[in-house]
Each structure stands twice: as C-alpha cells, then as structure tokens.
Ligand binder design. Sequence first.
Ligand code: OOB
Length: 543
Amino acid sequence: MDVVSWPAEFVERYRRAGYWRGRPLGDLLRDGAREHPDATALLCGDLLWSYAELDERSDRLAAGLAELGIRAGDRVVVQLPNVPEMLPLLFALFRLGALPVLGLPAYRSSEAVHLCLSTDAVAYVIPDTDPDTGFDYRRLAEEVRAKAPSLRHVLVAGEPGAHTPLHEIDAAPRPWPAPRASDPALLLVSGGTTGLPKLIPRTHDDYFYNLRASAEVCGLDENSVYLAVLPMGHNFPLACPGVLGVLHVGGAVALCPSPSPEVAFAAIERFKATVTAVVPPLAALWSQAVQWNTADISSLDLLQVGGARLSPDTARLIGPALGCELQQVFGMAEGLLSYTRRGDDGETVATTQGLPLCPDDEIRIVDEADRDVPPGAVGSLITRGPYTLRGYYRAPTHNLRAFTPDGFYRTGDLVRLTPEGRLVVEGREKDLVNRGGDKVSADELQNHLRAHPAVLDAAVVPVPDPYLGERTCACLLLREGYDDVPDMAAFLHDRGLAAYKIPDVVRICHSFPLTSVGKVDKRELARSVAPDPGATAADLRAR
Ligand code: OOB
C-alpha cells in the first residue's frame, strides 16, 4: 500500500470537530479569486499578480499539464526556488489531483534521482540556473532523466535549453473532477534518519487544516504580507502558515530571492512585509545586521523562527533588535506543529517552543519502553493528530519502526512539558545532524562515505558550532595503505550529493567506541571529536 490513512474513528472525529472540511487545496485560491479578485496575491521584483490572475494562470497551467498527459494521482517532482511560477504550478497540480513532490533547490542528482525513482514521477520541474552560483539545473535534469525511466517531461522555469519551457504549458481552462479531500495532495521530504529520505503524504484535508489553523494562531489577515525567504518546497514557509496560509486569508505573498540581510531587508522595505519565517542562524544574523543596514523594516510585525534549536540568549535579542514580535516554531514535515502564541511574555517565547497547534494533537513523552515519563521529565516525543501522518509513502517496513502500533509517530525528538503544557525541545535521539535547520541524515551520509575506496567504515556525528548550532563531522576508519582522504568533498560532490550534506569536518579514527550491544557509540564519539573537550552538540547532551 502506498499510503496509510487514519482509522475510520479518527476520520469521523476530525471531521466532526471541523478540522477536516472536505475541501481540496485548489479551492483555497478559487475562494480568494471569487471574494477579492483584484487584491494582490503575489509580489516578486516588479511583478504583481492579483488573485484573479493567479487563479487564471493556475487553471490554464492545469489544462496545459493535462494536455501533456499528466493525470490525477501522477507524481511531479518540483525543485524550484522562490520564483513566481511555483504558485500557479502548485495550484495547477492540486486542481488536477496530481501530486507535487517537493524537493529543495540545494538537491543534486543523488537526491533528485531518488525522488523520481521512489515516486515513479512522470515530470520534473526545475529552474534554468542558480543566479548566485551559475549551477545549471538543465544539466542536472539530463542526468536525472537518464536514471529515472518514469520521467516523461522536464519542465523549465526560465531558459529551457533542450527541455520544455514551463511558460509554454498553457491551454484554455477546463473544469476537472475535484480530487477527494481525503487523498494525498502533495509529498514532502522527511528530514529523515534513514539511508534514503522518506516521503510524507499530506492530504488536502490535513494540509488545509495545517495552514488555516496556523494562519489563525499567527493572526494573519488580508493586510498581511508574507515574505518567503526559506525555499517554498519546505513545509515551514509553505504552510506554517507560509505562502498558502496567507493566501487563504486574502493577504499577499512576496518572494525573496536570497535570505541575506541586504536582500531580505530591501524586500521587507519594498513590499512592506509583515511576517516571515527563518531558521535560527538567520535570525541571529539579521539581528546583527540591523546595526549597519539602513533599510526600513518597520513593517515587520512577526518573525517566526524554527527548524532547529534557538538559544534563549539569541531569542531575547531578536525582538528588540528587529522591532517585531518573535515566535518560536517547533515543527516537522511529518505534521505536528507547536507555536509560541502572539502576546506570550518574553521569557515564554525565549525559553519554550510553545503549545501544539491543535487541541486534538495527542502528545506523549515516553521512555525506551513507550511508558509515559513523570510530568516535567525529558523523554521521547510521540504524537498523533489531524495533520500528522500515519505512515510514510511506500514504506511499510520502515513504518513499523517509525510508528507505535496505535499510530503515534515517533518524532525522535527529546522534549519535556512545562507545567502549563508548553513544549521544550531538549535534544534528539534520531541519528541526524541539524545544521541550522538543514537536516543531514547520518545513515545516508555514511553510505556515501563508505563508497569511497579508502574508507572501511564511517560514522557521522554532530559537533557544536557557534553559528549553525551543529556541524557535520565524518569519522572514518581507513583501509590498510591509506592514512588520509584529501579528496572526500570532491568525491561526495561527484556522487551528486547536495552541498549542505558534505561534512564540515573529517576525522580519521583508529577505532570507534562501541556500546554494550556492539553498536557505534555516537554519543561517546561526538564527545571525543568535539573541539572543546566535554562539550557535544545539543542533541547528544540530553540523556
Ligand atoms: C522543520 O521540519 P523538518 O521536517 O525539516 O525537521 C523537523 C525536525 C524536528 O523533528 C526537530 O528535530 C527539528 O527539526 N526542529 C527543531 C525545531 N523545529 C524543528 N528543533 C528544535 N527547535 C525547534 N524550534 O524543521 C519545520 C517544519 C515546520 C515548521 C517549522 C520547522
């Protein structure tokens, strides 16, 4: 089975409570175009699209994609940065009932091929080049196409080269049978701990709830201007409440081509952005940059920070420095979201990750045997709820480990609850490195490292970093005859690995510390390679 859905009693409960309203995501824009056709939906550089215009573009693109043979249920890998084309594309696919598989712009052939193969994607949508680095996605697509036989189309936003230009996919709008709201609307990529990233099916019903309830918690309305800084393929800027949430309430989306303070502050000033979402290192950088940047960012009302641990000290600086309210967001592509609330006092916002989004988010904090820990103690967070997945896409064996028998998702995060019921993230038990919000699966990277001819075995651990929170350290045991691997970064690059997954530090070891059951003791290993003896990255400290 490709997708695991919620048991009937939960379907009934979530519908009765009004979380699931039976509406497909394509309706979100349809409503806006009907209620305020001339309101601004999208801003990017000199471009401005009204709701009516975005709606019409989405319909025409849907019709054009259908003429290419893209059908309900088909998967389309989308790897676009924050360009205007992303929005009509998403709505076109939602309306057709075809599933966008959302990749990040940083992905290279290793990740892109995996997304296409694991979903049998029929089309792959890319930009032409990265304006900053000159990286050519059209060449990437050639490599992907050669390895993914299911791909029938490569569509390019921009100069198409040998592929199909996205802007030529256009046909007279036609009505479609609406997809079922209980069916998956899109597939998100998991931050993941397994060798190859797992895919997360998000249904129309669950994702609509996710963005609607998030918009409400964040106090968005028709006057809100959401600045998309993080790439929209990520759940946080897409729907927490993100671009979809602001469109749902009739506000505007503004696109920002780069997260650098120069570019982002200029965009805030130009578009009078009121809300945006960033990862902790960016929040820290922006808080510094206000000292020398003269752009007027006074329109900014709310800065959401999430994706990785935000230190309380940095958190206390952000609001005063940027002149806006800070909100901590603890979330995951798999579902569960926790937000500090508007108007929470400063210490609550600085030291907690707030309250779960939904009254029906079931939160349990458990020990190794899945028994509840005493109130206030740290344990593993497991959760169920109306927007948290019940199973990864096409992953029945992995699902047995990732969920409890009664359907709780094992987040792999170590948390505690305050007496008021707020979540505090204390660490992590899952085997990944959280590089300032970018997740690097240890297992995935180890498999690549072991493919190097000099490497006998590899173990990836986080090491503390003042800017990113954590950096990636690859510990290697070498085969006889080798004493160094100077070409490791080039080797991984040539294997088509995204740049953020290339280890920051490589350590050659003579042996790995083992646990009593003979597994590599990663906590001990992290401690031994940490630059400051005794200190390890936050995640390994918790237990
Ligand atoms: C977000 O989603 P993912 O799927 O990239 O990563 C999820 C993981 C969490 O399980 C946790 O380990 C970590 O990222 N995380 C945080 C955090 N927010 C996420 N760790 C500490 N403090 C936080 N505030 O990262 C994501 C998705 C939606 C909204 C926000 C973040």
